[in-house]
Design a binder for this molecule. Structure first.
Ligand code: CP3
Length: 352
């Protein structure tokens, strides 16, 4: 299958490129008026996710406006716990909530082994549809949450301030925590492989809550399962290498260990300089990031200057994919994202 623009795949594999490719975490979302319109028509966020035509439509919306170098399939990391029977709801202003969070040992033991092609068929249908519609314009990214981050939501029941329930679980009942994480690691591996077989050409694993753990706990309860997943993911499909990106937010102390997980690239949040990250791990993996998302709230001049700061910090050479250090927020003016993309297009060739 032909691919007109494979810059991101090349950059993730640290192969030479003529400019720094860019995509944006949460590039389809509430900062786009057309997304808000489609979501209103759909009635709810989950209906949007579960209807492949609508999921495909919102996946493509940012690509109609902007010269992005990849699409990311529209879905959510919490589809796996939902498919396991926890009952996901998104209530306005409160974030995700599970109707049946994990409250005891029986709940964990009772979790089903997922057949992802069956229970998450709507995600695979969306992936296939987006691939057809993209017709090789740019690669399609598939994704999943990490076992640790999924477990956090499943045990807390929703967003949490101090994560007391999940932390009590790992300290009081570590064997039960491992049972849960093991089940999730198997499901995540199957889920990513099903997305790859359906047409995802790159996959990213989001460990949004890795940063709440102590260094030892991070290795034991998060990194171990990331490593297991990376080693189980299909790395070759349609005659092409499928790069794996690991994004752990707030985990910069463990950068070297993350780079040893077997992934092709690390996503970085904005609390570390590209220069330091590259010095510590740059010859092992590509780096993705890492503009502070709040820069997009300022103005085009500042956005251009801060983009140049990130590009210069990475410096000369290949192996950089430009992105934000976390998802774009709903209060961003789409014209400001345009300013960022133009700046990266214009400024990055000098570094290659
Ligand atoms: O990047 C993309 O454009 C693809 C779509 C995508 C969504 N969620 C859509 C979404 C991706 C990759 C995610 C990942 C995700 N979901 C993560 C990991 C990344 C991160 O941000 O750390 C997490 C932790 C979630 C769980 C989740 N989903 C939360 C906490 C929320 C509500 C909080 C918020 O931002 O409002 C969601 C809802 C969600 N997922 C929205 C979108 C566009 C907003 C829902 C809406 O339209 O109201």
């Amino acid at each position: 299958m032909k691919l007109d623009n494979d810059l991101i795949i090349k950059a993730l594999l640290r192969e030479p490129v003529t400019r720094t490719p860019i995509w944006i975490m949460r590039q389809a979302g509430r900062y786009l008026p057309e997304y808000l319109r489609t979501r209103a028509e759909a009635g709810s966020f989950m209906h949007l996710c579960r209807t492949p035509e609508l999921a495909c439509e919102v996946t493509l919306q940012p690509l109609r406006r902007f010269d992005l170098d990849a699409a990311i399939v529209f879905s959510d990391i919490l589809t796996i716990p939902d498919a396991m029977g926890l009952g996901l709801r998104f209530s306005e202003g409160e974030g995700p909530q599970f109707e049946r969070p994990l409250r005891n040992e029986a709940d964990v033991r009772g979790l089903p082994n997922l057949d992802v092609d069956e229970s998450l068929d709507y995600v695979m249908a969306a992936v296939k549809r987006v691939r057809l519609e993209l017709a090789g314009r740019v690669p399609l990214i598939g994704f999943s949450g990490s076992p640790w981050t999924l477990a956090t939501y499943m045990v807390e029941g929703g967003p949490s301030k101090n994560f007391s329930r999940i932390k009590t679980l790992i300290y009081d009942q570590p064997a039960l925590a491992h049972l849960l994480l093991e089940k999730l690691a198997l499901a995540v591996t199957d889920y990513l492989n099903a997305q790859i077989r359906s047409g995802a050409q790159i996959v990213q694993i989001f460990d949004t809550w890795g940063g709440i753990l102590s260094p030892d706990a991070f290795r034991e309860f998060s990194l171990r399962y990331l490593r297991q997943i990376v080693s189980g993911v299909l790395r070759e499909h349609e005659g092409r290498r499928v790069p794996v990106i690991v994004f752990c937010k707030g985990c910069n102390t463990h950068l070297e260990a993350q780079a040893d997980s077997g992934c092709d690239a690390l996503g970085l949040d904005w609390t570390i300089s590209m220069e330091e990250a590259r010095r510590r791990v740059g010859d092992r993996v590509a780096l993705q990031g890492n503009l502070d998302p709040a820069v997009l709230l300022s103005n085009p001049d500042v956005i251009g200057a801060e983009a140049l700061r990130v590009l210069s910090s990475f410096g000369q050479g290949d192996g950089h994919v430009f992105n934000l250090g976390h998802g774009i927020t709903p209060d961003v003016d789409p014209d400001h994202l345009q300013a960022l993309i133009s700046a990266v297009r214009q400024l990055s060739p000098q570094f290659h």
